[in-house]
Design a protein around this ligand. Structure first.
Ligand code: GLN
Length: 482
């Protein structure tokens, strides 16, 4: 059986090993991290208190599936007593007075949070370069980006700081960085993980999701964090069977390859996709192509839905109740200055686009039309799922690009999301599976393949990944030096 770091560590702590030195060692690694994976590391006290609580509960006879497993969470999730900056000057001095439900559930399952991971400002971007506190580097090649916006969460796992992490995914921000760093990244069905305590980017799209190195570990984490939460009216009442469904075989699984995702890929991405399809066939799956014609409009639709939602969500940051306080001659100057100084360029660009698309003269032409196309995209997926059990695309058309390569060309950056945003618009679950490497300029760079399932069939994806691991077709490698 493959090593499952989360499962193995939890078993050791459940068996009596002291979680405190494990957590402290992870904290030390985080403090010495050369890649900029974290925005902040929790105090030794905060880490040891969590570890002591885990030890106490284990001794009291509780069974904790994540007992003593150290983790980092993206810095847009509230955790009492920690800075939650969202990578923005706007929230530089904000300390969370409460804890996000997903994090409460992680801790309830025994995980020990040691730090808050780097991200693009307010989760806007695809490279983890737009954060106000410095960018994050890809542990496979420090001259390249780790993807975004959960690049810090991905780099932390890929470089062995922690065995798993949480990111958030609005249009691909868990899947794409997972692909760029060679780990698993999973975006659940919209509503399966509570958004309570996750700072909103685009509320109809945002989902928290895990990154890890084995399917077993993903299953343990997902069983812990999914489920209805009375604090989030959009969270769903759905049973979680991730661990229970591991080990099923996938003979007869009908796999559809989305034709629209087959052009424009680098040779290494194409090769990895083909190897993955061969591996699935080898496990008894059938593979055929399917066209989803509306996907050509997915990127435009995503940006006309996410920016209006973001412009509305970010209106609260005016330096009065929320955000950076800047004293001005009067209240209007003060608010204007707070927003001028607090937000970075990409966030301002999105607020402007979003406000424009919602304005009375343009609402019908842009926002309302995008909502209709969103429905057509969801219909296209539903039609495909009458013929197929899962759908497959690359996670990204190319492996990690160089830092600085796309940062001054927003449209090129947005186009990098071509394979992930449609899934988000349709609210579907999707998993980026580490699928091999492409050598670029003499450097091996990870490549991801995305598996997509119907809404609420999240378990099917983890089961498929587990089958691929058992067959030896997928095995995660940590970055050199990890
Ligand atoms: N890259 C996309 C964007 O910039 C997705 C971001 C995300 O998923 N948070 O909006």
């Amino acid at each position: 059986m493959p090593v499952s770091p989360v499962a193995d560590l939890a078993a050791a702590v459940q068996g009596g090993q002291d979680p405190s030195p494990i957590a402290t060692a992870a904290r030390e690694r985080a403090l010495a991290d050369p890649h900029g994976s974290l925005i902040s590391v929790l105090s030794l006290d905060q880490v040891q208190q969590q570890a002591a609580e885990v030890a106490r509960r284990v001794q009291a006879g509780e069974r904790l599936p994540l007992a003593g497993v150290p983790t980092v969470v993206k810095d847009n999730m509230n955790l009492t007593g920690t800075a939650t900056t969202c990578g923005s000057r706007m929230l530089e001095h904000y300390v969370s007075p409460y804890t996000a439900t997903a994090l409460t559930r992680l801790q309830r399952a025994g995980a020990v949070i040691i730090g808050k991971a780097n991200m693009d400002e307010f989760a806007m971007g695809s490279s983890t370069e737009t954060g106000a506190f410095g960018g994050c580097r890809n542990p496979w090649d420090a001259s390249r980006v780790p993807g975004g916006t959960s690049g810090g969460s991905a780099a932390a796992v890929a470089s062995g700081l922690v065995p798993f992490s949480l990111g958030s995914d609005t249009g691909g921000s868990v899947r794409q960085p997972a692909g760029f760093t060679g780990v698993y990244g999973f975006k659940p069905t919209y509503g399966r993980v509570s958004r309570y305590g996750l700072v909103s980017h685009a509320s109809s799209l945002d989902q928290i999701g895990p990154m890890a190195t084995t399917a077993t570990d993903l299953a343990l984490i997902l069983d812990a964090i999914t489920g209805h939460d009375p604090q989030d009216a959009t969270s769903l009442e759905a049973p979680s069977n991730f661990v229970a469904e591991l080990g099923q075989d996938i003979t007869g699984l009908r796999v559809g390859v989305i034709r629209e995702s087959l052009s424009g890929n680098t040779p290494g991405v194409e090769a990895a996709l083909n190897l993955m399809l061969d591996a699935l066939r080898g496990l008894g799956a059938t593979v055929a192509e399917i066209s989803l014609p509306t996907l050509q409009h997915a990127v435009a639709t995503y940006y006309l839905i996410s920016t209006p939602e973001a412009s509305s969500n970010l209106a609260r940051f005016d330096g009065m109740v929320y955000g950076l306080r800047v004293d001005g001659a009067d209240v209007n100057t003060s608010m204007a200055q707070a927003r001028a100084q607090g937000f970075g360029a990409e966030v301002k660009r999105r607020i402007l686009i979003g406000t424009y698309a919602l304005s009375s003269g343009y609402y019908d032409a842009y926002y309302s039309k995008a909502m209709k196309v969103r429905r057509l995209i969801a219909d296209d997926f539903n039609r495909a799922f009458t013929q197929f059990d899962i759908l497959v695309t690359p996670t990204s058309p190319f492996p990690a690009f160089r830092s600085g390569e796309k940062i001054s060309d927003p449209v090129a950056m947005y186009a990098a999301d071509v394979d992930t945003v449609a899934v988000s618009l349709a609210g579907l679950p999707a998993l980026s599976v580490p699928a091999g490497f492409e050598t670029v300029d003499g450097q091996a760079l990870p490549v991801g393949v995305q598996l997509i399932a119907p809404a609420l069939s999240d378990e099917r994806l983890i089961t498929a990944a587990h089958a691929l691991e058992r067959a030896g077709a997928v095995s995660v490698k940590l970055a050199p030096g990890a």
